[in-house]
Write a new protein. Sequence first.
Length: 750
Amino acid sequence: MDSNIGKKLDGRYELLELIGVGGMADIYRARDIVEDRIVAVKILKTEFAGSDEFLRRFRNESKAIALLSHPNIVKIYDVGFTDKVQFIVMEYVDGITLTDYIEQQGVLKWRDAVHFTVQILKALQHAHDRGIVHRDIKSSNVMLLSDGTIKVMDFGIARFNRENNKTVSEKTIGSVHYISPEQARGDITDERSDIYSVGVALYEMLTGRKPFDGDTPVSIALMHMQSTPKKPTEINSTIPEGLEQIVLRAMQKDPAQRYQTAGEMIKDLEEFKANPSIIFEYKYNSTDGTTKYFDRPIPAAEQERNRRKQAVRTEPEEDYEEDDYDEDDEDEYEERRSPLIPILFAVGTAFVIATVFLVMTIVFKNLNVTPEQVGSVAGISSGSTVSVNDSNEYLMPNLIGMSWDEAKSKYSQYMTLVPEQEWSEVTKDQIFDQEYPEGRKVKIGTEVTVKVSMGIRQIEVQDLENLSAAIAESKLQKDGFKVKKTFEESDDIAKDYVIRTEPGAHEMADQGSTVVLVISMGPEDTSVNVPKFVNLPLSVALERAAEYHLDPQVRYEDSEDVEKDVVMEQSIDPGSMVDRDTPIELVVSTGEISEKTRKFTYSLPKKASGEFEFRYYVDGVLDEESKVTLDIGLASSKSMTYTVTGKAGETRTVTIKVTSLDTGKTGSYGEIIVNFPEDGSKATLEDSFDGSIFAELQKADAGSEPTVDTTEPENPGDTSDAGHSEPENTTSSSHTETTPVEPDPGISVD
């Protein structure tokens, strides 16, 4: 079992279940005790918690992401940073990832794919407008709710993965299947990298497969940079042409030829939805000054050929692989032949090798491959990538992000590096600024000043134990710390005074980082203010009972009015003060009524008298607990009641037998047929009474001892006749008295 399960972060977030494992963080379902809601908590893995750079970026990004508020972005509720744990508290989304949905469906209907993509783009547009680039868009970072709503997750986390440490694993740099060409090269990325990744995700939704796949991450990254993806319609012929054009434009190798904003791509998708037969004429600007129109993507090789067309007599012709989009390659090559071709070809080959080596060095570096391995793959030896011209000049390389030692080792033969050390949030000994920008021509031997980070300034945390919270907070703020307050019960520290700090007293912490003040709530109070449990689901009620240290006793009762497993009653009123561990009964609904009851009332003849015992037989079986003895003449009420139970669709026959206690004679006074409808509505009654029975039973037989009629009603459960006739009031036909017996039978009352 995960050791974190059951723990409470900040005394507030109780970790309930591990629901996700990522490259950098684990995600838990948790309960926010204060807000009484389920949340998701992302905790930075311990192997990254020791990296100052990871911690710094985790903190900075979490602050930025917390500013995002959009229906298609998972909301951030809280962040926490201590010396032991770093976490982000997010909205809990009950759904499945887009990856899982694609696996279930195989290929998505294009209308669904467009619907999902527009939502992803709206989320990105909101973030891009606030200067935040996702950098790790992939189907597993998109959640799909049951109503079709999309939620984009992990905003900004991919930024952490540009750590320059060579030990950073492949897992921490996101999925290479969705990476843009500029990301693969290690270039600076912007919003258009997200557009490329959205194009890959849309390609995957429409075809059921990713545009590029290979045996290794390196091979896949190279495909993103060099290869042309198979057209989606070659995989799924039902894809409309206009939608295919949108996909391929989003996946252009050159960022300048993609959609420049998420809003642009949304606009085309909306136009396509309104007219699925639309054909787009996308413009791709060429470097020869002309504007060209294409209804298809331009392969990278063809773009490069177009760029070089005008300079063919001064630049070497390069050897490109055959492609499907240009069948005139050979003709063009023949037209451009000249006597200089063999010489230029040799120069061009050297240029291509150098270029490939440079690109592969950057890519392989990001993918944790050594320079020696790069040289091996390229078939050349590793070395400097700086080129010096005839004027003894070279183009200034980008030094930012390199360590001081690495920069000296690589470039000291070209420039004199002069360090200026400053405190900075950048990793210690890393260059974060340079005097000359990348690409500027610089003479060999020129002094180049670079700013080298001394790391974040470390400040000792003061001993604040037993100080008032207000004074302690003021001291921390003067030292340059941010303050977060949490509260705990304490028998030793007075209320509103500091128990401890996190990091602890005399420990070193980054200036500007957050120090947690743990403040006393005073001694533990053993009394509990009983909360309201009624109308809560049982699972929530049990959690709340545990939180309030109460002992819940659950009892189920039938109810059609209250949903199943919802609390209907509680034995202690809300707001009552009780001791901890006090038992409290929770009456919970079954959601149905297993048996229904029907209570009926019937009257006795007004002139009847004498003492009688009443017995009730239900379907011929005596109800022992229902026996009643009554002196009818002395009774204040001439009515009797009885309750019968039954299930929906059943019929019960109730026979009322009376015995005279004077003569011992027994007879039947009435029969009630109770019908319980299938639909669960109120039961109906059919009744028949013999009002003369009381007088008959009072007569003593001449010359004989009183007898008792012990016979049971014939077939008491057989209601076939009773169910088809109206109830009758009958009297006995064997009367010997001249005074008629009052035919005053009981009448059932609903």
